[in-house]
Ligand binder design. Structure first.
Ligand SMILES: NC(=O)C1=CN([C@@H]2O[C@H](COP(=O)(O)OP(=O)(O)OC[C@H]3O[C@@H](n4cnc5c(N)ncnc54)[C@H](O)[C@@H]3O)[C@@H](O)[C@H]2O)C=CC1
Ligand SMILES: O=C(O)[C@H](O)CS(=O)(=O)O
Length: 492
């Protein structure tokens, strides 16, 4: 357990994994002006570390080092790059327990979920290490007898990465792995709430043999300053961002001045549809996993649960029973299924959505209030009688609130589900093959879970349509965004 007297290092098998200095140009550094920012444990509010707080000028140094280091790195063979990534993967797996403890300490998710995230993040490093050996170009039959056409795939250049607090390991891994596999340099700016996970990844990257300067982790509380450096520094040729659509828009506007390649993994508003031919027990299990994973703090969480009229009451009752079995507590405690929310603002968002439902005719089925543990703990909540005009239908709650909407027909469900500016993930439960085919084709989303509430894997393309983002991460598609195509026309 963490508290004022128990230092996080004392919980680790390898205390050297807890780094609080920034990793810049291959060196562990304090800020030039000595500034630091505090990292707190969300379960208790205790400060668990003071981390280097870099300014924009120091970020520029990291970018310059990445540009210099990638000259040799890009010349290495795919197999050579693969060997380094494989070693990094092996070290992540060997140290998974410590990485998970660090992650739970700064983010709050239960240790079992944190361990799952570490292995999920490591899987991207393993996957793209393998992809490094398969960056194939092509030859194209010439358009004239004396012309020979080839297409080369080359690294895009230095990559700037900005990631959120909710998956402080996997969101970086999902970006850095394809970037290094492609031959790029990489500068990561993790969320100020959760920098320790990124720093622990860098400790292991150094041990794995990632060349000095190729990878930097620029910890900073000044997110907009770092974003501007990424968008304005001519050495940066690619920006990869995971976070809210609001911030994604800001970054896209900033990146436009340099016509910079951007990958955007943004907000969601996932519908979860239960048809009357669904396996209800399976649907409840899927809803629980989709809605309450990471305490509802994921961009692919079920944000709206639509249930066909004929099974609405039965589903609602089963869901209530399952929700009331959740065990809310400190993520470092064994058996806890649901940790704290990341901060007070997150609690206020959940309360605002619940109040709006109740003020407009909805009803509380279970939960609804701050948890007796205090702080940012909140009761897992189910509300019923929710309609499309309520806030929770249009905004991402990002917390443990399951709002139930009733619908009559398949057409109505599809219309409601698509009635949003977002298009990241959606889910539905049905068994009729005609319905499954029609619905999966009609839903306007980048990811569709059919009879499952969990879709996260390194082998599939993760990403959204509409205002949920640009590009895809993971799968063999995921490396393309870190490569440029070069067309060579040879006249003989
Ligand atoms: N599509 C996806 O895969 C994911 C989307 N999200 C979305 O992000 C939101 C929650 O995560 P948050 O971290 O609160 O999102 P956020 O968008 O506020 O912050 C994300 C990251 O951007 C940084 N940032 C904020 N303003 C910036 C600026 N002007 N310039 C540069 N960097 C800036 C933050 O410090 C953080 O590191 C939700 O909307 C959620 O759906 C979160 C995780 C995954
Ligand atoms: O940040 C997120 O919410 C993640 O992208 C969700 S997932 O990759 O773990 O599904």
């Amino acid at each position: 357990m963490l508290d004022q007297t128990t230092d996080l290092r004392s919980l680790l098998k390898d205390p050297s994994l807890l780094e609080t200095r920034a990793f810049v140009a291959g060196e562990w550094v304090a800020a030039d002006d000595g500034k630091t920012f505090a990292v707190t444990n969300p379960a208790r509010g205790d400060v668990i570390a003071e981390v280097t707080d870099l300014s924009r000028g120091e970020v520029a140094r990291a970018i310059a080092a990445a540009e210099a280091a990638m000259k040799d790195w890009a010349k290495r063979t795919g197999k050579e790059r693969a060997a380094v990534l494989r070693k990094w993967y092996d070290l992540m797996v060997e140290n998974a327990d410590d990485l998970a403890t660090i992650l739970t300490a700064e983010m709050g998710k239960p240790l079992a979920e944190a361990k799952g995230e570490i292995l999920y993040g490591a899987a991207f490093v393993e996957w793209f290490g393998e992809e490094a050996k398969r960056i194939y170009g092509e030859t194209i039959p010439g358009h004239l007898r004396d012309k020979r056409i080839t297409v080369l795939k080359q690294p895009v250049g230095v990559v700037g990465s900005i990631t959120p607090w909710n998956f402080p390991n996997a969101m970086i891994a999902r970006k850095v792995a394809p970037a290094l596999a492609a031959g790029c340099g990489f500068v990561a700016r993790p969320a100020a709430e959760t920098p320790l996970s990124a720093l622990s990844m860098a400790v292991l990257a150094e041990r794995a043999g990632v060349p000095k300067g190729l990878l930097s982790v620029v910890t900073s509380s000044r997110s907009s300053e770092v974003g501007k450096e990424f968008c304005e520094n001519p050495a940066v040729r690619k920006l990869t961002f995971t976070g809210s659509t609001e911030v994604g828009r800001i970054l896209l506007k900033q990146a436009a001045d340099q016509v910079m390649k951007c990958s955007m993994e943004l907000g969601g508003n996932a519908p979860f549809i239960v048809f009357d031919d669904a396996d209800l027990d399976a649907a409840v299990e899927g809803a629980m996993m989709s809605k309450f994973r990471n305490n509802g703090q994921t961009c692919v969480c079920a944000n709206r649960i639509y249930v066909q009229a004929g099974v609405y009451d039965a589903f609602a009752e089963k869901l209530r029973a399952a929700v009331e079995k959740l065990n809310v507590g400190d993520g470092l405690e064994n058996g806890v299924t649901t940790g704290p929310l990341i901060n007070a603002k997150a609690v206020e968002k959940v309360e605002e959505h619940i109040k709006d439902v109740l003020d407009h005719g909805g009803a509380l089925m279970t939960g609804g209030k701050r948890h007796a543990l205090g702080g940012t703990f909140f009761q897992p909540t189910v509300v019923t009688g929710v309609t499309q005009d309520m806030k929770v239908a249009q905004e991402e709650t990002f917390g443990p609130l399951a709002p139930l909407f009733r619908f009559e027909t398949e057409e109505e469900a599809i219309q409601y589900a698509n009635d949003t500016i977002f298009g990241l993930a959606c889910y539905f439960y049905a068994q009729n093959v005609g319905r499954v085919t029609r619905v999966q084709e009609a839903l306007e989303y980048g990811i569709v879970g059919v009879n499952t509430g969990i879709i996260s894997t390194e082998v599939a393309p993760f990403g959204g349509v509409k205002q949920s983002g640009l590009g895809r991460e993971g799968s063999h598609h995921g490396i393309e965004d870190f490569l440029e195509l070069k067309y060579v026309c040879l006249s003989i």
